[in-house]
Design a protein around this ligand. Structure first.
Ligand SMILES: [Zn+2]
Length: 279
């Protein structure tokens, strides 16, 4: 039997694009304007214990300007934005005593959920550093994925969502080449994920907002790409892994509440939430 089944994103799309930006800085406001102009989504990784006081004024010349809580609460709103964790106090988690690291992680999740009134289930490791123990703490804290600062230069979906590698940082010299490859590749077998991360203060520091504008002009507005937050992609992939097959592999039952799509035998098939389909 040569039957093969490969995941497709919602609507049968073979490609997904997502962004991940850290630290909750003022320049995120401009990124949110850009993603809304282009119809893409972004995840923002915030530290619940690192807001400056309300009305705080940064010294002139400071580019890394975190926003006070009340401003953040008015900025990180909407279905096109995910709020994710980034360490209560942005520590090197792997260098902390275990109980202190555990507290920092679970407290960050609890505080962010209280501050933004939504579930927080993803994150990015502060400084990109972690250990096997820290990964275990994330899992126990109910974190479904956590991003590192490694670049894969690939469009493969993560195998280990708690050691998630991005495709690249926005300053990567190959950024536009990757965008070109992502948008032009045909006859896709396994689904593709183009995942870009960074800090928006870098655009001010390097005076290069054009890098992001150019990226969005290249990848946004395409029918064959699903634009999603990190957690939407993570949840979709996990839902797909819940499919239950008949013994001959010809029937798939979708026990989840998410409509799922698969590519099998040259056809794209929808397996509706709670339904069964021939695959
Ligand atoms: Zn950070």
């Amino acid at each position: 039997m040569k039957q093969q089944i490969r995941m497709r994103f919602p609507g049968g799309r073979a490609k997904a694009f997502t962004l991940s930006y850290d630290d909750g800085v003022e320049q995120d406001i401009h990124l949110i304007e850009l993603i809304r102009q282009h119809g893409v989504k972004c995840t923002f990784n915030l530290s619940s214990g690192e807001y400056p006081p309300e009305g705080y004024e940064w010294e002139p010349g400071t580019v890394h300007r975190r926003m006070p809580l009340s401003v953040c609460q008015s900025v990180y709103v909407g279905d096109d934005i995910e709020v994710a964790m980034h360490g209560t106090h942005h520590p090197f988690l792997e260098s902390m005593p275990t109980p202190a690291a555990m507290w920092d992680i679970i407290n960050d999740r609890r505080e962010l959920e209280a501050q933004y009134g939504r579930l927080v289930r993803g994150g990015a490791y502060p400084f990109g550093t972690y250990s096997d123990e820290v990964v275990g703490m994330m899992r126990l804290a109910g974190i479904a994925y956590c991003r590192t600062v490694k670049s894969s230069h690939s469009f493969s979906l993560p195998r280990d969502w708690l050691r998630l590698e991005a495709t690249c940082h926005h300053r990567d010299p190959d950024l536009y080449e990757l965008a070109e490859r992502f948008t032009t590749v045909k006859n896709v077998r396994d689904p593709l994920l183009f995942y870009v991360w960074g800090h928006t203060y870098e655009f001010e520091d390097n005076d290069n907002w054009g890098v992001m504008e150019g990226l969005l002009e290249r990848v946004a507005g395409r029918d064959d790409v699903w634009y999603a937050t990190n957690i939407e992609i993570c949840d979709y992939a996990h839902a797909f892994s819940e499919l239950i097959y008949s013994a001959d592999g010809a029937l798939a039952y979708n026990p989840t509440s998410t409509d799922l799509w698969a590519f099998c035998g040259g056809d794209t098939v929808k397996i509706p939430a709670g339904g069964t389909a021939n695959v």
